[in-house]
Structures are given as structure tokens and as C-alpha cells.
Design a binder for this molecule. Structure first.
Ligand code: NAG
Ligand code: NAG
Ligand code: NAG
Ligand code: NAG
Length: 197
């Protein structure tokens, strides 16, 4: 035993050094210099860019026992009338029709924050997580400015996506379909246009 072990160890060391010198000769200059390299898009199923349109309704429910958006940071007491500084987190259902009982196709998950001292304008940061059909499991990421009180149709950039929406870019148009001034509950119609592969 005592004699075999050192023999095996020395063999392993020789094999290890052989492997190291072999792989060293095959590493390209590019890989040696960094951690990135260029790829052929066609070999990664990125053949043809498509333009898609999505139409749905977004339900932001603040009232009742099961709100879909909750304020997590209230506005400081003596700031402007715009609620500057407040933050809400949403998990808002997306449906095919304006009625919340119509088919749910996904959820808008993220946050909105009052980010303007001069007028009412929200910072929107959200993922549209689709749950229906071939888009189930894919999502679009939105980052935009929402001056909801002054502009009828707001436009938010679509800055990326996952799954079928890898490399996505585009824009979303948001138009208020119904707003309850007492509760703040809103139904917003969305038209989203995205380039993706
Ligand atoms: C709120 O307003 C009061 C009165 O104007 C002022 O004294 C106080 O400093 C303000 N607080 C903040 C946090 O701005
Ligand atoms: C929404 O759909 C439900 C169930 O189909 C129906 O009872 C209700 O009246 C509809 N609401 C509106 C506002 O159309
Ligand atoms: C969407 O995908 C989830 C997770 O794979 C699955 O559980 C669910 O049944 C799918 N929904 C539809 C409508 O296909
Ligand atoms: C707004 O919500 C309140 C409370 O749920 C309700 O009583 C009222 O009818 C709603 N207004 C409209 C226009 O739907």
C-alpha cells in the first residue's frame, strides 16, 4: 500500500501536467485575453427579427380585500400634491378584454414611483410576465415615464425581454380605459409593439 500510493500520485501529476500543456496549446489568443468572443447569430437561432403586436388590459386594483398594487412607501407628509417620493409594488393581472373576468394572459409585476415634483408623473419599472399560449414563461421588461394625469396615451420603452423575447426592444402605449377617482382602481388598455427573434 505505502509503495503503491506514491507511485499513483506521481503518475497523476504527470497526467495533470500533460493535460495542462495540451489545453494551453489549444486556447486561442482571444480566449487567453478575456472572457468574451464573437458568435455567429445564425447558429444561435437568431435568424430573422420579427415585429409583434400585443393588445390587452391591465388592472391596477388598490381597493378591497385583494389589492393588486400596494403602496410600500407613502409620500412624505409635506411634499407637493404629486405624491413625490411614494412607491407602490404591483402584481396586476393582464386580460384580453376590459372586464377583469375575461381571460388572463399574464401579469404586470414591478413598481411605480412618483418621480416628479412639478406634475403627477410615475416612474414605471415592470415585467410583463405572460402566462398564455406560446408566450407562457416569456416576459417583456418596461422602464418608462408615466405622466398619467396630463397625457392621454402614455408611451413606455420596452427595453428587453426573456424567453421568446430575448433581444426585444419596442414600446408600449398605455391608454386609461376606466378610472375610479374614489378608489384609484384603474383599467388601462395596452398596445405593445416589439421587435424580437
Ligand atoms: C414640513 O413642513 C414644515 C412646515 O413648513 C417644516 O417645518 C418641516 O421642516 C417640513 N419637513 C420636511 C421633512 O420637509
Ligand atoms: C364582467 O363579466 C362578468 C362575468 O362574465 C359579468 O357578470 C359582468 O357583468 C361583467 N362586467 C362588466 C362591467 O361588463
Ligand atoms: C404555463 O407554464 C407553466 C409552467 O411551465 C405551467 O404550469 C402552466 O400550466 C402553463 N400555462 C398554460 C396556460 O399553458
Ligand atoms: C368607485 O368605487 C366605489 C367603491 O368601490 C364605488 O362605490 C363606486 O361606484 C365606483 N365608481 C365607479 C364610477 O365605478
Amino acid at each position: 500500500m505505502a509503495r503503491i500510493l506514491p507511485a499513483m500520485a506521481s503518475q497523476m501529476i504527470i497526467v495533470f501536467f500533460l493535460l495542462c500543456s495540451f489545453s494551453a496549446t489549444f486556447i486561442s489568443a482571444e480566449e487567453e485575453q478575456g472572457f468574451g468572443k464573437s458568435l455567429d447569430p445564425k447558429q444561435h437561432k437568431l435568424k430573422k427579427e420579427k415585429l409583434s403586436h400585443f393588445h390587452f388590459f391591465f388592472h391596477d386594483i388598490l381597493s378591497g380585500k385583494n389589492p393588486t398594487a400596494i403602496q410600500i412607501v407613502p409620500p412624505p407628509t409635506n411634499t407637493s400634491t404629486t405624491g413625490f417620493g411614494s412607491v407602490a409594488i404591483m402584481d396586476d393581472p393582464l386580460t384580453v378584454g376590459p372586464n377583469i373576468s375575461s381571460k388572463t394572459i399574464g401579469r404586470a409585476q414591478g413598481l411605480y414611483a412618483s418621480a416628479s415634483q412639478e406634475e403627477f408623473a410615475l416612474l414605471m419599472v415592470m415585467n410583463l410576465a405572460f402566462t398564455e399560449g406560446k408566450y407562457n414563461g416569456s416576459s417583456l421588461s418596461i422602464l418608462g415615464r408615466n405622466p398619467g394625469a396630463t397625457i392621454k396615451v402614455r408611451e413606455f420603452p420596452v427595453i428587453g425581454g426573456s424567453g421568446l423575447f430575448r433581444f426585444a426592444r419596442g414600446y408600449a402605449l398605455a391608454n386609461t380605459h376606466a378610472l375610479n377617482m374614489t378608489t384609484g382602481d384603474a383599467v388601462i388598455e395596452y398596445n405593445v409593439y416589439v421587435f424580437h427573434y
